[in-house]
Structure formats: C-alpha cells, structure tokens
Design a binder for this molecule. Structure first.
Ligand code: NDP
Length: 265
C-alpha cells in the first residue's frame, strides 16, 4: 500500500519506501550481464523473482544467486521475440510466485555494426524484434495482470538519444522506440496505478560490450564519460529497484540516464 498523505509518509520509515517485500518481479535477459544484477537487486529489496532468457543453464545460476538472498525464484526459458514465451513467463510468475508487481524489460542485443547502406534487412528487423517488440510483448502480458502499485522498468540506452557513431541504426531506433513505448504505456496505465519508466545505461562491461578493447574503453571514458569510469551493473540494479519501489511512486513516463554523464556531451 503506498502512502497517500504526508502524515502516512512521515509514519512510514524511509527505507521501507525502497523495499519490495511481498512483491513479485519479472526480469527478462537475466542469464547474463545487467539482468543478473537486476534480479539480485530486486531480491535483495525483498521481491521474489521470475527470470527469463534463452540460455537455461545460465538462468539456473541466476536462480541460485536469488535464492541465496532468501527469495523464491522461478526460471523460465524465454525468447522475448515469441509472444507465447512472454505470456508463459508472466504466467509462471503468477502461478508459482503469486503475482506480477514489477516487470524489468532488460533482454536486449546490440546487434552487428553495419553501415546503413550495407545493413541486411533481417539484421535491422531482428534488433528491433528483440529490443523493442520483445519489451512490448512482455509489457502486454504483465499489464493484463498487474495490480495498482505495480511498475514496469524498460532498459533503453543513451544510444536512444545520442550516437556513438557505431554504426548502429537499428539499435538506436529500437532503444528510442522503447522510450516512446514507455511514455505511451505510462499514459495508458496511469489510471490503473501502473507506472512505466525507462533506464538509459551508458557503458557497462557485459557480454554485449565484450568486444570493447581496453584501448577503446579508455578512449570512450576520456571522450564521453565525465564520471571517469565505466558503469558497474549494481548501479543499474539500484536504479531499477528505485523505479520499481514506492520510493519513486510519483515518477512515471520518464527515462533516467545512468551513464556517468555521457549525455552531457
Ligand atoms: P548481455 O548481452 O550481457 O545480456 C543480454 C541479455 O538479454 C542476456 O541475458 C540474453 O540472454 C538476453 N536476450 C538476448 N536476446 C534474447 C531473446 N531473444 N529473448 C530473451 N532474452 C534475450 O547485455 P547487457 O546486460 O549489457 O544488456 C542488458 C540490457 O541493457 C540490454 O537491453 C541492453 O541493450 C541494455 N544496455 C546495455 C548497455 C551496456 O553498456 N552493457 C548500454 C545500454 C543499454 P540469452 O542469450 O540467454 O537469451
């Protein structure tokens, strides 16, 4: 139950507003990278977690990490480009954990670097399919069952609003699409008490960025990151917990950069 008056807020402890006790969270792309940290962060804040991705052995490792934190976890093989898989992941959360209060749409791919004139249509389609459409299928499934007080957190990217001259038109377009979807769902679902926000990560070392050489990392940091370093996945996880929890109860429809200042330039 969210505090509704200043008196009730004063009566609650502040740290409770960052907790997710008794809630059930769904996290896609929890087999590696940021999704693992997000699943752990949500569990540490008190949520039981349903996790989905295609590589089930790696999902099982994440399940063990969540259970070590004392929370229940269900791992479901999920390809977010398949609507039935998305529905099945949310059903597993509802049937095995008792509901769906939080959705973190984290599954994503960077795609390959193709000059626009050489970009194979299937490549562009696939990048949009995973990053944008997959998030929408998951949001549809969750939005059908989420009670008031629920929250959706979508992983966009700083690439939605700037460029790194990769070239990566499909990725930038898909992540910009995620921001548009975030705004529209926030407007549609505000009356239902469901908040929808996005995170715009800067650069974090994960499988997605495994091809960034130390030299390239140093160049990015020097040229683009006032914070002077790459991000730590826990910094995405803590932002996801904030956006999922009552601490952000009056925030909806926005994108939060977590980028060490990349977007200042
Ligand atoms: P990783 O490559 O480490 O992880 C991506 C996750 O997405 C994996 O768990 C992968 O699981 C899953 N995934 C990929 N395709 C599908 C699919 N079709 N169905 C289900 N799951 C899928 O990347 P990150 O952790 O770095 O990225 C997480 C999110 O953050 C992405 O949306 C990414 O675009 C975004 N982001 C990351 C940045 C960074 O610097 N790392 C910067 C900006 C945004 P599996 O292969 O097992 O299916």
């Amino acid at each position: 139950m969210l505090p509704q008056t200043s008196q009730e807020i004063a009566a609650s402890t502040w740290s409770d507003r960052f907790r997710l006790d008794g809630k059930v969270a769904v996290v896609t792309g929890a087999s590696s990278g940021l999704g693992v940290a997000i699943a752990q962060g949500l569990a540490a804040a008190g949520a039981d977690v349903a996790i989905g991705a295609r590589r089930v052995e790696m999902l099982e490792e994440t399940r063990a990490l969540v259970e070590e934190l004392g929370r229940r976890c269900v791992a479901v093989e999920t390809d977010v480009t398949k609507v039935d898989d998305c529905n099945r992941l949310v059903e597993a959360a509802v049937e095995q954990l008792g509901g769906c209060d939080v959705l973190v749409n984290n599954a994503g791919i960077g795609g390959e670097y193709h000059a626009a004139t050489e970009d194979p249509p299937d490549h562009f389609r696939h990048v949009v399919d995973v990053n944008l459409m997959g998030s929408y299928w998951m949001a549809q499934a969750a939005g059908r069952v989420m009670p008031a007080g629920s929250a959706v957190v979508n992983l966009s990217s700083v690439m939605a609003v700037t460029t790194a001259k990769m070239p990566a038109a499909g990725y930038s377009a898909a992540k910009a699409g995620v921001l548009g979807m975030t705004r529209d769902l926030a407007a549609q679902w505000g009356e239902k008490g469901i908040r929808v926000n996005a995170i715009l990560p800067g650069v974090f070392l994960t499988e997605a960025t495994a091809d960034y050489s130390p030299n390239y990392q140093a160049r990015i940091i020097k040229a683009r990151v006032p914070g002077g370093r790459l991000g730590d996945p826990v910094e995405i996880a803590s932002t996801a917990v904030f956006l999922a929890s009552p601490a952000s109860s009056y925030i909806t429809g926005v994108g939060v950069p977590v980028d060490g200042g990349v977007l200042l330039f």
